[in-house]
Design a protein around this ligand. Structure first.
Ligand SMILES: CC(=O)OC[C@H](N)C(=O)O
Length: 276
């Protein structure tokens, strides 16, 4: 069946106005995977010569990707140079993240296991490289990179967030960390945690909308912490499924207590009549 000419015209028109050039998502994902492999995964040939060759290819690809989005050779060279100059520091930070997972997850046996099998570590890796590109103000690339991690792991960390040293994510599925979130050092976060905005009106676009989490805080699964003025004080423990929209002082323990009653099979309270 012939596709309507009107639809073809509309698509053609919309693609003509594309502001990001021919952005290659497949090449971008491959670059993220290849960099991860070079930094952390076992490879048949991990000789220093081979590693140098890998980095040359990775640099050429980042140049190509940034060239497309900037449309400017000099800018693309600068972005590539800056990114790879920051890599030793990013690597050190990522090793600290992995060590923190190994230290605090009783299920983890080795750093190699963390590198091979921890979605939380992969998402943190993607966050740290995308955050570097975000700071360099490379357009669109950091968003596409973080969306790749989201699609693979279910962990959605905006590249604009700030995250300190030794960040620990366990399991991770369903975690959302918004653009203006600030997270201190040694923070631990479990699956389903949202660090989100209290208000999503468009006027808030350039304001702090997401919370601040101070050093050494632990946030257990399903907790929702909202608002740009909300600060969770250092060394607090936030229990599962709590809903927080206000400051929590340092050293707090915030939790829900489930009520347990032995059921009387003859009748249930009305609110529990429909048990799924
Ligand atoms: C994480 C979150 O709050 O998202 C809501 C909206 N996208 C925003 O950035 O404000």
């Amino acid at each position: 069946m012939a596709i309507s000419n009107h639809l073809i015209e509309r698509i053609h028109h919309s693609k003509q106005n594309n502001i990001h050039g021919f952005f290659d998502k497949i090449k971008t994902k491959k670059w993220v995977k290849d960099l991860y492999e070079t930094l952390f995964l076992p490879q048949k040939d991990h000789s220093e010569d081979q590693l140098k060759k890998n980095f040359e290819t990775l640099q050429n690809t980042l140049f190509e990707l940034t060239h497309v989005v900037t449309g400017n050779q000099k800018l693309a060279e600068n972005h590539t140079q800056k990114f790879f100059a920051s890599l030793p520091e990013l690597y050190d930070l990522l090793v600290l993240d992995a060590q923190s997972i190994l230290e605090f997850d009783p299920a983890a046996d080795s750093l190699e296991e963390v590198y091979l099998a921890y979605p939380g570590f992969f998402a943190t890796y993607v966050f740290r490289i995308s955050h570097q590109l975000w700071k360099q103000e490379v357009k669109i690339l950091p968003r596409v990179i973080s969306e790749y991690a989201h699609s693979k792991t279910g962990i959605d960390i905006h590249p604009g967030a700030e995250i300190g040293k030794s960040f620990f994510i366990d399991h991770g599925t369903g975690i959302v960390i918004g653009e203006t979130t600030i997270i201190g050092n040694h923070v631990k976060i479990y699956q389903g945690v949202t660090l989100g905005a209290l208000n999503v009106s468009k006027e808030k676009a350039h304001q702090k909308r997401h919370p601040t989490i101070e050093d050494d805080v632990i946030i257990y699964s399903g907790a929702t912490i909202l608002g740009g003025n909300t600060t969770i004080g250092r060394e607090s423990i936030i229990g599962g499924n709590v809903w927080i929209t206000q400051d929590v002082p340092a050293n707090s323990l915030v939790y829900h207590k489930s009520e347990i009653k032995i059921k009387d099979n003859t009748s249930l309270p009305e609110s529990l009549t429909f048990v799924i």
